[in-house]
Design a protein around this ligand. Sequence first.
Ligand SMILES: [Zn+2]
Length: 275
Amino acid sequence: MTQATHLSAQQSKTPGTNRRMWGLDSPKMDIDAAHLVVGAEGTVRIPLPAYLIEHEQGLVLFDTSMNPLVCDDPGLVYEEGRPERDMIIGDPEQRIDRQLATLGYRPEDITHVILSHTHSDHAGGLYLFPQAKFFAGPGELQWQAGHGPSTSHLFNPTDFSDEVKAFDWNSVQAPSQDLFGDGSIIMHHTPGHTPGELSALVRLPSRNIILTGDTVHLREAVEWGEVDPSDWDYDEERASIAKLKQLRDSEDASLWIAHDPRDWEDFGGPLQEIA
Ligand SMILES: [Zn+2]
């Protein structure tokens, strides 16, 4: 940890805000809702997104979507037999590098990357940002490295190449860590989906938003306090859902559930500037 920041010094001051943020357009996946929340029904077309936050001290990504090559052809990333080959719907314009270009940025402009967790639909673009400072939750990278065959379908081994593993990785302190020391982005440890799952409170001039990673996948998870059948630890997960709700209420914030298409509609869709 090179830049431990101390919230106590900030608590008496009005917290800082980011300038603006965007949810980026991304490839989508058709998936059975019951695979996302126990008890949910039907098929849902979920985005596999990343978010860009502009702060006066840097340009921050929350997650990096899937490997951008899936937007050209899922067969370039997933070998024969992997269901992703048929489940992913992408367009080359949805590549994370093209999305950044649409907003006038290059991959090398990114200064910080917060990784909600190490699954392939969040970690696929990490390799594009070798200059950035990376933040993962406590124990997440070690857990990813040691995962067994029963969860291997959730990972893409090339996401954590030797090159990516050698990036400037920083472990976030539990229960939370202030990225810039001004209160504008607070990373919260919300374990359960994975051991090091992270959510982030993002303060903007007009509103506060909580990016939830995969702590919840669909609105039903929040309403019912219900887990995803593939979660790592169901008890931890239920406690983290309760924590998200408490944070939402205490910070007067809105949750933005990354994989829920209804949330994307409510926030104005991809590339909608929020300030
Ligand atoms: Zn996910």
